[in-house]
Write a protein that binds this ligand. Structure first.
Ligand code: BGC
Length: 913
């Protein structure tokens, strides 16, 4: 309900997901408005901060800032907790204030190096002959004196590898694959957990299981490489306990009083999966009183540990990014037999996670395996696209019942699973649907964006992009979650970043990843490695690539536009400059040196399966278009972060490279040297033209190319996010809609028509006859081509940030195609933004929700430019916060547009009909 005064949510801290264990002593504060209020503009705010001495400090600040407002109080000390609440004012004839928000609690982590008294200890993991390290269990018993009131207890923990920790047999927290993947030689995240409820008087035991994780597992394709960061898995753990009657903190650090034992998990690899041998297990190895011995052990076979070496240059970091968690459980939709008689399970959705067996009882020594794949081919698992990743989990039974088992230190990308050694026909303990599930895993980002419309296939496309995001946001933004890669390819997130940032709040996670980019770039002669964290081998060393390396500029820019956080720009500015000034190889004209090998418009549908870089659009043109565009953005960034001289320098450079580009590639009439969809999309969306008449001519030429292509997409990674924008910006939205709704291959709806549940890497990852594309690089879960959903959000539903952080919103819905309704909702930093429209019987009706303390600029369809290139001159109007309804006349004239046949008329299929 609209009312005069909005309600307000408890403040949040920096870009941190929950404010607990934060690494910043002066966290900036943001608060969102949680109800609708008409024309609410904040003119000031009150903050109350309760510090550790119990005193409440009050602050009154004049101003409209409700996003990332400065920390008003003294800096937090390490471990210190403070509570904050806020209320917001609007100045009218009398001062109107919101109610106070709830209190939000922030707690600092260990802010100084000296706070760490624990030392890192070696797990002394042993390697199997073929390389993988056997996971290790570490434990330590300690005593809490009787009759002490435990006031607070925190576990600060990380490892070289990945870990799960327990106190008295109870799992600490719910993080999966912690501490996540960072550039370990430079940055290692640690986690903070509240463990007071797990402790008790008398004997306690803390235990940690460590596996190789990204630190040491085999990474990269073909034979890959092991031990990228090191071979010595190690633990750094500091358990602190404070008692009510004493100021001193009792600390249980990792040290040489801990003991180690090989895990019952024999191996656990990212690509190849996990092997669990129940016969090696002792159920209560993490409980007090247990010796931790296995069936085969002599009693007390735990051995002493030694100190390990902490990587010299590595900083311990408390990242703002949320952890990876089990997000939901997915049940099988079908258990069936393949033509070859194999037991297969269909989970109904291509996803990322791990198998969860609720119960299994087989004779001792019996082996059950779970093989994963994304698709079926000829009715059997299609495992060829996994290349050298086995994606296989194994359980070896001890004869006892196995309850609630899942692989702990690996994940797979799959929809189908083949189970060997366990089937529905087994006489004893048959496989049934209630005994097997999947735990869905991803970084636990906050969902912020939704879209739907009247066309179910478009909804499915949107949903597939959403699922590909879920599958590929696991600690880092990855390219594909199933085969022997799962790497942070920079080009993929560069193009999908704007879509991702609408669907979920990615600022904390991607901001953290960008810090890895900066440090890895420094180690690579200023050339941002094309995967971050960088684990590339020498054959990919120092490979400058447009669109991929341009992530240095474009991702911070994307994050800034959605979050308003200029600190990210400031932090990343040196990386931008070092890319553009030192890393990028230039010819004498200041544009790209043309002899460098380039990925170009990667995966252009016309490129042969085995050579995805052989695109129709000249790869140097692609690179130069990006160079001009990012130079312009860097000059804008300088203004935002207050670097006036640098702004001047970049603005001059921008004018120069743009002019050089125009001379090199654009004819006076407006034709571009590569006469392709991607070339025009780049030139139009990146504003590379000199004048309006060229823009109109280019618009016509692009329209013609799209009609000649019969509305099939002929773009790869670079053109795909831009082509629909290029058409709708140049008064050809009907062509963009027609491309969107095309189902023949290559198109966005072709995979939908083939039953896809995620976005595919190639336009035809699966061929029309149901066989898998012969290219070795064929994933069925790749978000890059899903970047078209940004057009659904910004153009179809019509909402985008006009000013950073959505302080001012552009509402410019463009109806079309066969859509009669569309709707998008976004949880902006100010509050909920919503646009929904109905177009029928010649009328367009728009309903909007604009959050308090922001405004919107609305351009209705009847005022949208029909003259290519003059969108800026359209007649719009400004509205304040609240609920609004508008209407205008609108007819879908000329729908559907016709394809253009260029050839001998007798061969035109249309004229034959
Ligand atoms: C990845 C891509 C990536 C490309 C660049 C592929 O193997 O999956 O998405 O951007 O390589 O070479």
């Amino acid at each position: 309900m609209s009312s005069g005064v909005p309600t307000i949510a408890a403040p949040t801290f920096e870009q941190h997901h929950d404010g607990f264990g934060i690494g910043n002593a002066c966290p900036r504060l943001s608060w969102r408005f949680t109800s609708i209020a008409k024309d609410w503009k904040q003119s000031g705010y009150d903050l109350e901060v309760r510090r550790k001495d119990g005193k409440t400090e009050s602050y009154h600040v004049e101003g409209s800032q409700s996003v990332l407002a400065p920390w008003p109080s003294q800096p937090l000390e390490s471990r210190e907790q403070a509570s904050v609440r806020v209320r917001s004012f609007q100045d009218g004839s009398e001062v109107i204030a919101t109610e106070w928000s709830d209190w939000a609690v922030v707690e600092a982590g260990l802010l100084n190096k000296e706070d760490w008294t624990a030392e890192i200890i070696s797990a002394a993991a042993t390697a199997h002959d073929d390389g993988p390290l056997r996971p290790v269990r570490l434990r330590k018993t300690f005593t809490i004196p009787p009759k002490r009131d435990i006031q607070k207890s925190r576990l600060y923990i990380t490892c070289l590898g990945i870990y799960e920790a327990y106190i008295n047999g109870v799992r600490v927290g719910d993080h999966v694959m912690a501490p996540g993947w960072t550039s370990y030689h430079h940055r290692l995240n640690y986690q903070t957990f509240d463990v007071a409820p797990l402790l008790r008087e008398g004997e306690n035991v803390i235990s940690v299981e460590i596996a190789e994780g990204w630190y040491a597992t085999r990474l990269l394709w073909k034979e890959g490489r092991r031990y990228t960061y090191g071979k010595d898995l190690a633990l750094l753990s500091q358990l602190e306990i404070s008692f009510g009657d004493d100021d001193k903190i009792m600390t249980i650090p990792s040290d040489t009083t801990w003991k180690r034992h090989d895990s019952a998990i024999l191996r656990s690899e990212l690509y190849d999966g996990e092997v669990y041998d129940m016969r090696e297990e002792t159920e209560d190895w993490h409980s007090p009183g247990s010796t931790g011995a296995t069936q085969n052990d002599a009693v007390d076979s735990w051995t002493n540990v030694t100190f390990a070496t902490f990587p010299q240059k590595t900083q311990l970091v408390a990242s703002d990014a949320p952890p990876v968690r089990v997000i939901e459980e997915v049940a099988p939709v079908n258990i069936f037999k393949s033509p070859a008689g194999k037991t297969l399970i269909d989970f109904g959705q291509n996803l990322v996670g791990r198998v969860h067996v609720t119960s299994l009882k087989k004779p001792a020594g019996h082996k059950v395996t779970f093989q994963h794949a994304e698709v079926l081919e000829n009715g059997e698992l299609g495992i060829r696209p996994l290349r050298c990743a086995k994606a296989l989990n194994t359980v070896i039974s001890s004869g006892a019942e196995l309850k609630d088992w899942y692989p702990h230190f690996t994940f797979q990308g799959f929809r189908y699973m083949q189970v060997d050694g366990w089937s529905p026909e087994d006489e004893s303990d048959p496989l049934t649907e209630d005994k097997i599930k999947v735990q869905l895993l991803h970084t636990d980002l906050k969902r912020t964006g939704w879209f739907s419309c009247s066309n179910e296939k478009v909804n499915k496309l949107h949903n597939n992009a959403l699922w590909s995001m879920r599958g590929n946001f696991l600690s880092i933004p990855t390219d594909c979650p199933q085969r022997d890669e799962r790497l942070g390819w920079t080009g993929d997130i560069q193009v999908f970043g704007p879509s991702a940032g609408f669907l979920y709040n990615t600022t904390g996670m991607l901001g953290n990843w960008l810090e890895d980019l900066s440090v890895d770039q420094e180690d690579a002669n200023s050339i941002p490695p094309v995967i971050i964290p960088n684990v590339l081998k020498d054959d990919w060393k120092d490979t400058p690539q447009a669109a991929w390396c341009d992530v240095t500029v474009l991702l911070p820019w994307t994050l800034y536009k959605s979050s308003q956080d200029a600190e990210i720009l400031r932090r990343q500015y040196p990386s931008m400059v070092s890319w553009l000034k030192k890393g990028l190889p230039r010819g004498s004209d200041g544009l790209w040196e043309s002899n460098h090998w380039k990925l170009g418009d990667w995966l252009d549908p016309a490129a042969p399966p085995e050579a995805p870089d052989r695109c129709l659009t000249d790869a140097t043109l692609v690179a130069d278009a990006y160079l001009v565009y990012v130079t312009g953005i860097v000059s804008e960034i300088c203004t935002i972060i207050g670097l006036a001289d640098d702004h001047k320098m970049w603005a001059a450079d921008y004018a120069k490279v743009k002019e050089t580009f125009q001379r090199k590639y654009i004819t006076p009439s407006g034709l571009v040297m590569s006469d392709t969809q991607t070339a025009y999309a780049l030139a139009l969306v990146f504003s590379l033209y000199e004048n309006k008449s060229q823009v109109s001519y280019a618009a016509q030429r692009l329209a013609r190319l799209v009609k000649i292509a019969a509305f099939r997409v002929s773009c790869g990674f670079v053109g795909t996010p831009l082509i629909t924008h290029a058409l709708s910006r140049t008064a050809n939205p009907d062509l963009a809609y027609r491309m969107l709704l095309e189902e023949g291959c290559p198109s966005w709806l072709y995979p939908v028509s083939m039953g896809a549940t995620t976005m595919w890497e190639r336009w035809d990852s699966m061929l029309p006859d149901g066989t898998i594309n012969p290219g070795s690089m064929t994933s069925f879960n790749h978000y890059a081509l899903g970047s078209v959903v940004n057009w659904l959000h910004e153009v179809v539903a019509g909402i985008s940030p006009l000013e950073p952080g959505w302080k001012k919103i552009l509402v410019r819905p463009v109806p079309g195609g066969d859509l009669t309704t569309a709707e998008a909702k976004f949880e902006s930093p100010y509050g909920e933004v919503k646009s929904s429209w109905v177009a029928k019987s010649g009328v367009f009706m728009l309903s909007l929700v604009i959050p308090p303390n922001s405004t919107a600029w609305v351009v209705m369809p009847d005022k949208q430019s029909t003259d290519a290139g003059s969108v800026e001159e359209e007649k719009g109007f400004e509205i304040g916060s609240g609920k609004h309804d508008f209407m205008c006349k609108w007819e879908n004239v000329g729908w559907p547009p016709k394809a253009l046949y260029v050839g001998w008329p007798g061969l035109n299929p249309d004229s034959a009909a």
